[in-house]
Write a protein that binds this ligand. Sequence first.
Ligand SMILES: Nc1ncnc2c1ncn2[C@@H]1O[C@H](COP(=O)(O)OP(=O)(O)OP(=O)(O)O)[C@@H](O)[C@H]1O
Ligand SMILES: [Mg+2]
Length: 297
Amino acid sequence: MKSDRIVEVNNLEVRFRLDNGVVVNAVKGVSFHITKGETLALVGESGSGKSVTAMTLMRLTEYAGAEITGGSMQLRKNNGQVVELRDQPSSVMQDIRGADISMIFQEPMTSLNPVLTIGSQISEAIIRHQHKRKKDAWKVALEMLQFVRVPEAEKRMKQYPHNLSGGMRQRAMIAMALCCRPSLMIADEPTTALDVTIQAQMLDLMKLLQKEIGMSVLFITHDMGVVAEIADRICVMLRGEIVEQGDVYEIFEKPTHPYTKALLAAVPRLGSMSDKDQPEKFPILKMRDTFELQRRQ
Ligand SMILES: Nc1ncnc2c1ncn2[C@@H]1O[C@H](COP(=O)(O)OP(=O)(O)OP(=O)(O)O)[C@@H](O)[C@H]1O
Ligand SMILES: [Mg+2]
């Protein structure tokens, strides 16, 4: 693997075997890489294999009954060592998740425990991965909350997730994901459920934190507006395959695959908002358009 790369995935194949014997080939020959400090956006319609690709990188799909049937997934760990993720025993994967790769989701409650205070769950992650003492871990957790710009962080440490607003919960989840300074953060539609203003704040915050820590990000989204905002490069997925990938400017300028063209056709052109009084959210490509596209192919 080239020395500036954090992750390199080659010809990854993942399938599910359902109870009725049906086989779902969710990921078919997927290859991509992410360099240090870079944000790669994984885009594509619902069911195209984005989450399965990301979860497989963390070796979590096997718990949902998936099997990796081909390919390789190399990771450069925080300590510089390159490992093949497919070969790691589950005990090592447990250390890698959290310390080297961490993940944030659309719904913060999937990673926050409702019955633990914000402070105790962030410090617990720090105790587990950095082997710090309780008091020191609490101090680092507080610094992390301040780092993600949570106001009144000291007070928030002693509160439960339900005491926080949606935007604050999202920040607490990011603090938890970042507390061990992972070299890769996977963000699976982290802003989709947020309103437009909070979404913009989250994207700004993520860009800022990424710069400060120098980590790489795999950002999954449907929204080409978000891609334009945050990504350096894009991979476009369609039915389990990557149909196009490259530099974000080049692809926005000259998409070659019809599906990428259709995705981008839904994004307003520069200047097209000049007769509107209010800002608008970018439209998301409708499923109907996608089906028509598939028929035409
Ligand atoms: N636990 C599972 N069991 C069986 N099939 C699954 C499972 N999880 C995902 N799949 C299948 O794998 C394929 C890819 O799903 P995936 O969740 O990766 O899509 P996605 O691109 O993340 O979609 P979305 O944008 O809706 O999140 C789909 O055909 C899906 O039905
Ligand atoms: Mg998904």
